[in-house]
Write a protein that binds this ligand. Sequence first.
Ligand code: AMP
Length: 341
Amino acid sequence: MVAIATLGSHCALQVLKGAKDEGLKTILVCEKKREKLYRRFPFIDELILVDSFKEILEQKCQSVLEENKAVLIPHGTLIAQMSSEEIESIKTPVFGNKWILRWESDREMKEKLMREANLPVPKPVMEPKDIEKLVIVKRQGAAGGKGYFMAANEEDYNTKRNQLIADGIISKDETLYIQEYAAGVLAYLQFFYSPLKDELEFFGVDQRHESDIEGLARIPSEQQLKSTKVPSFNVIGNSPLVLRESLLQDVYEMGENFVDASRRIVSPGMNGPFCIEGVYDENAKFTSFEFSARIVAGTNIYMDGSPYYSLLFNESMSMGKRIAREIKIASETNQLDKITT
Ligand code: AMP
């Protein structure tokens, strides 16, 4: 039988608990500084202790994973801490499509795939001098919103960028990505596509709580105006959301379009969990500013099952358990090559 491995951060607890519930061996690649935390959880069978997650590229780590026939579940920490080249060079089978992770990390590739999927994306702004409406300025990769800022015009952009450089939060030669700010209700739509069943499942929705933009919204405008700090969008946690049922048809359509586009552009396509992230405006029209081509930490809310999965499964089913179920079935029916890269 196969084992399930992941990096100790992000959604590791949910992933390994789900794997254990499916009767699979669980392995955590764990930074030494977090050993004490993860030892608290009895469903983790084996810890591979490392100083840095990059050690999963080393022979020592890879042979333990190989001996256990491990499948590695990629998540946000893998993307944040390793380059696309490093991720692509991982020898351990990666659940889903490791090639699509590059499309998540690179802003231009990301936008291309989103357009191919017909997702309504905010207008990109090429140069700071072209800023006409409120924009959000982002960094490359899964920076988790740290160092992002909003700007109303070129001057505002330059002031804030310079301040963040002076504070050591972004670097001088970093390429920043500017797009129009979309206002509305945040919704992070979580899906799972099963290549074994050729079926798209809608799992749930979450909202992110981001500091310190959220803190700023809690103080009166008088104090807001006096604040000179550039607020960031650093994710602190997530909370659940359910959508008006009349929105579900469009949600499935967006998910299906994304799966189809990914299949055309980056073989073998969008297999496994993914997330389409955006906002609903006053007309319930969705604008999508992001996607994640792997499990998102927002699924941690539903460790005991999500509202939408309780409609599809007559048992509590977390995203971690859903992943493990897919791997288990693939392993039993000799189809692991269909769900890993
Ligand atoms: P991202 O890294 O693109 O997921 O962005 C981090 C956070 O910035 C999101 O969770 C949103 O709160 C916010 N954000 C990003 N892009 C936009 C946008 N175009 N309009 C409004 N908010 C945005």
